[in-house]
Every structure is written in structure tokens, then in C-alpha cells.
Design a protein around this ligand. Sequence first.
Ligand SMILES: Cc1cc2nc3c(=O)[nH]c(=O)nc-3n(C[C@H](O)[C@H](O)[C@H](O)COP(=O)(O)OP(=O)(O)OC[C@H]3O[C@@H](n4cnc5c(N)ncnc54)[C@H](O)[C@@H]3O)c2cc1C
Length: 284
Amino acid sequence: MIEPPLVSPTGLDEAYRLLAEAVHRPVAGGTDVLVQLAGELGPPPERLIDLWGLDELRGISLDGDALTLGALTTYTEIRRSAVCRDLVPALVEASATIGAAQIQNRGTLGGNVANASPAGDMLPVLLATDAVIVVGSVRGEREVPAPSFWTGYRQTALQPDEIVVRIRIPLIADRQVRFRKIGTRRAQAISKVVLALSWVAESPGVQWRMVRLGLGSVAERPIRATATEAVLDGRLPTSDTADTASVRVAAEIEPINDVRSTADYRRAVTARVLHRLIREAGGW
Ligand SMILES: Cc1cc2nc3c(=O)[nH]c(=O)nc-3n(C[C@H](O)[C@H](O)[C@H](O)COP(=O)(O)OP(=O)(O)OC[C@H]3O[C@@H](n4cnc5c(N)ncnc54)[C@H](O)[C@@H]3O)c2cc1C
């Protein structure tokens, strides 16, 4: 394993300046970067910049009508956050499925976002909640809606000198969010399929609006299944709706065969899990 030079800025402005001067690979918790150092996932980094000391990237707060999480927020912090549990419990559920305690103590939400794995477990939740990724550089901050952030296999909308600063999740009245991860084990398992479904309905007997379906491990990047969302929008969670939506999602996704699963399994499981979520919501 190579050991590239590492700089440790003490403030965000200093970090931006260093990133503008030369390309550095950011290190947050380091749980993915350590794997990258082995050079098994593309060329290893030439220079590292340690973000861990940047307090500007920390904290969970209510910010008007949005929940804001600093890029360095760890899974353990999300799991312990009463605000997350009250307002977006799917964030807490998803965090609880990541790795095991060691990874949850050190791994960060911003790292999951920037690492851009198609199997990143938090990413479907961010897609289903219309999250906005706020990125920064010497040029200032800009906002990237989650569906535009992951642009291809392990590719993001980040420029080489930009970092993820925070993630903002708009809070929408009467929104429900459900999360499911299918892996080989309950811990230390990379997803075979990961799914987050959200909808807005004032009461259980009311038609769904603003349906979002975020999916991981079924395409080259985390995706929203917009054709399936269209099937669900304006409908009640009936058995007909569930049948139609599960057929549609199986046709919409493009899973692959790999060491963790087959494309056929992923397609079948995605359809079944979606069916089950709709059934649970409909109470039938
Ligand atoms: C044993 C093990 C189990 C794991 N289990 C899971 C799992 O169940 N589910 C899952 O989704 N992931 C899992 N992971 C992957 C990893 O832990 C997560 O993706 C984690 O969120 C990465 O966060 P980090 O802070 O450690 O990122 P780092 O390793 O520090 O960085 C990850 C990538 O993002 C970049 N980066 C980090 N922060 C920023 C930023 N603020 N701005 C710009 N770029 C940035 C880095 O340059 C790097 O390319 C596992 C990893 C290990 C080693």
C-alpha cells in the first residue's frame, strides 16, 4: 500500500486554498480511502487532504424547513440524533445497516455521497427525500440536487477542487419514507439491493403524491426509478397498484451479475420488496 503525502488544514478556507493549488484526495473517516490506497479501485491518490479537523463540516441542525447534516456527520451521530429520528427516521434506519460499529463510528455521510458507490446505502434515502448536496470551493458554494450528483459509475458532479460541505433534506408535511436493504447478512454486508420509497399523503386513505423511489445496486449509479414513481403517483396503495408498480420497476432497472448477486435476483427482489412496502402502507 502506498502512503501519499497528507495535509491537515484547520479551517475550511485553508482547505479550499490547498485544493485549488493542487489535486488532493479528501479523507473524511477514511473507511473507503484506505481501500483506495491499495489501488484496487482505480489509480491510488497522489496527495491526501484530511477533512476530519474541519468543524465547519460537522453538525446536525434544523435549518428553516430543512434538516441539514454536515458532511462529516457519522452514522453513529445520525443513529443518536433525536432530530433525525423524529424528522427523517429512514436516515437512522439506513445508518444502522452500514458496516458495523467501527465503520459507523468513523464513516461519514459526506464520504458515502462522494464515494459514489452504486451500493452506497444512504444514497437512495437522499434520492427519495429530494436532498440537496451543498458543495464548496474557493469559488464559493453551490447546490446540486441528489439526482444530478451521481453522474456515472463512481462519478460525481464534483469538480476536482470541490468538496461536499453539507447535505440538506427538505422537510415536507405528511411525507412518509421507507427503507429496505437486502444483503447477505445483517451487518458487514454490501447491498444486493437497497431501496427507499417516499410519498406524501395527508392520511392513509388518500392518494399518494410526490412519490420518489431511490434505488441502489441495480444500475451503474444510484438512481430514481421515475417510470415506477409515475405509476404510483396519484394512486392509493392497493394490491392493483402494487402489482403494476412491481412489474414496472422490474422492467425499469438495469442490474448486473456480480460477485454479490445475479441480475435476475436483483430484479425479482426489487419488485418483491416494493410490492411489500406498498402492501404494508395499504395495510392489506
Ligand atoms: C468494513 C466496511 C464495511 C462497509 N459497509 C458499508 C455499508 O454497509 N454500506 C455502505 O454504504 N458503505 C459501507 N462501507 C463503505 C464506507 O464505510 C462508507 O461509504 C462511508 O460512508 C465512507 O465514509 P468515510 O468518511 O469513511 O469516507 P472516506 O473513506 O474518507 O472517503 C470516501 C470517498 O469520498 C471522498 N470524500 C470523503 N469526504 C468528502 C467530502 N466531504 N467531500 C468530497 N469528497 C469526500 C474521498 O476522497 C473518497 O474518495 C463499508 C466500508 C468498510 C471498510
